[in-house]
Design a protein around this ligand. Structure first.
Ligand code: SF4
Length: 333
C-alpha cells in the first residue's frame, strides 16, 4: 500500500470526490475509518483508487477471513453484494457496509435458493457444492461452499460413489468435471465478464507475447478449450496456470517469468503491477470489466462512511446454515 496521502495522489484522476476536493476526501475517509474503528476491504477488481486506500485487497473469501482477524467494529466492503453478505456471515459481531447496495453479480443472480432446492429434489442423495459467488440463501441450501482456489480439492474429497451438483458457474463446473472424472451435474450459470473471454482472445494475445505465462481464471469462457488445447500439446503446459484471483497475484510474485497474460477482469492488473512494477501484465481482453464492481466509487465510499449507511445483513437462520457450508469447505481444504 502507498505509505502516505501524497504518495497516493498521482494515481487518482483530478477533480472532486462528491462535494470535496480529492485530497480532502481521501483524508476524510482515513479520519472516518479511525473514528468508526472501521476496516476497508477491496476486491481485486475494484478501481485502482479504491484498491490503493483499502486496508486489504484480495478475493472475496480471503477478505472476509482477514476481516474476522481484525479488531474493527465495522467492515466497509468495496466489492459486490454477495461478498458483503459473506463478510456478514463470517463476522456476526461487526457491522458490514457496502458503498452501493445495488452492486450485484450476474453469476450470483443465475441461481436462486428455490431453484437449488428443486434441483436437489431431482437428484436425491447428491452432494450440492456451490461456488462462493452466490447469495447467502443459496449457500444455506448447499452442503459445501467452495472457491476457485479449493474447488478441485473439495470435489476430490467427496466420496466417489456420490453424485455431485455444482452451481452456479458452468465453466468452473466443466473444468472440475474434466479434471476429476466425477459424476458432476453442472448448473448453466455464467459471469458475463468471464464468459466473454474466448479462446480466440487467448490465441491472438499469445501470438504477440510468445514467451509469456498465461494466468487464467476458471470462470473464463475459454477455460475448457484452453484445457483441450493443453491436452493436444498446442499450449505450453508449464506456462499455463488456471488460478483463483489470489492465486494469480501470488503467481506473478513468485514466478521467474517477466511477462504475464491475464485472463480475468482487468482490475486485477493494478494489484499485480503495484506488487511487481518491473514485470509486464497484459489483459487477454482489455474490455473485460465488471460494471458491478465499478459501481463502487470514491464518492459512494465517502458517503457510506459519513453516514454509516448501506448495511448488509443476513437473516440469522440463513446465516447459520450458510456458515455451515463455508465451515465444511474449510474443514476439507
Ligand atoms: S466479474 Fe463476474 S463474477 Fe465477478 S462480480 Fe462481476 S459479474 Fe460477478
Amino acid at each position: 500500500m502507498p505509505t502516505s496521502l501524497a504518495d497516493q495522489l498521482p494515481v487518482y484522476p483530478a477533480g472532486n470526490v462528491g462535494d470535496a476536493p480529492l485530497e480532502h476526501a481521501l483524508a476524510e475517509i482515513q479520519e472516518l475509518k479511525r473514528q468508526r474503528n472501521a476496516v476497508i476491504l477491496a476486491h481485486n477488481y475494484q478501481i485502482p483508487a479504491i484498491q490503493d486506500l483499502a486496508d486489504f485487497v484480495g478475493d472475496s473469501l480471503g477478505l472476509s477471513l482477514q476481516a474476522q482477524r481484525t479488531e474493527a467494529d465495522e467492515i466497509v466492503f468495496c466489492g459486490v453484494h454477495f461478498m458483503a453478505e459473506t463478510a456478514a456471515i463470517l463476522c456476526p459481531d461487526k457491522r458490514v457496509l457496502i458503498p452501493d447496495l445495488d452492486a450485484g453479480c450476474s453469476l450470483a443472480d443465475s441461481i436462486t435458493a428455490e431453484q437449488l432446492r428443486a434441483w436437489k429434489d431431482e437428484h436425491p442423495g447428491a452432494v450440492a457444492v456451490v461456488y462462493v459467488n452466490c447469495s447467502a440463501d443459496v449457500k444455506a441450501e448447499a452442503d459445501y461452499c467452495c472457491t476457485s482456489a479449493n474447488a478441485l480439492k473439495l470435489v476430490q474429497s467427496i466420496p466417489s460413489d456420490k453424485e455431485i451438483l455444482f452451481a452456479p458457474d458452468m465453466f468452473l463446473g466443466d473444468y472440475l468435471r474434466t479434471n476429476t472424472n466425477r459424476k458432476l451435474h453442472v448448473w448453466m450459470g455464467e459471469c458475463h465478464v468471464h464468459a466473454g473471454i474466448r479462446p480466440r482472445h487467448v490465441e491472438e494475445v499469445w501470438a504477440d507475447y510468445p514467451e509469456a505465462d498465461l494466468l487464467i481464471h476458471p470462470e473464463c469462457g475459454c477455460v475448457s478449450q484452453v484445457m483441450w488445447h493443453l491436452s493436444q500439446g498446442d499450449f505450453p503446459a508449464d506456462r499455463t496456470h488456471v488460478l483463483s484471483t489470489a492465486g494469480m497475484v501470488a503467481a506473478a510474485e513468485n514466478s521467474d517469468a517477466n511477462e504475464f497474460l491475464v485472463a480475468t477482469e482487468t482490475g486485477i492488473i493494478h494489484q499485480m503491477q503495484q506488487r511487481q512494477p518491473n514485470k509486464t501484465f497484459v489483459p487477454i481482453k482489455a474490455d473485460a470489466e465488471c460494471e458491478f464492481m465499478k459501481m463502487i466509487t470514491l464518492d459512494k465510499l465517502l458517503n457510506t462512511m459519513r453516514g454509516g449507511i448501506h448495511e448488509v445483513t443476513v437473516e440469522p437462520d440463513i446465516a447459520r446454515r450458510a456458515l455451515r457450508s463455508i465451515e465444511r469447505m474449510v474443514a476439507v481444504t
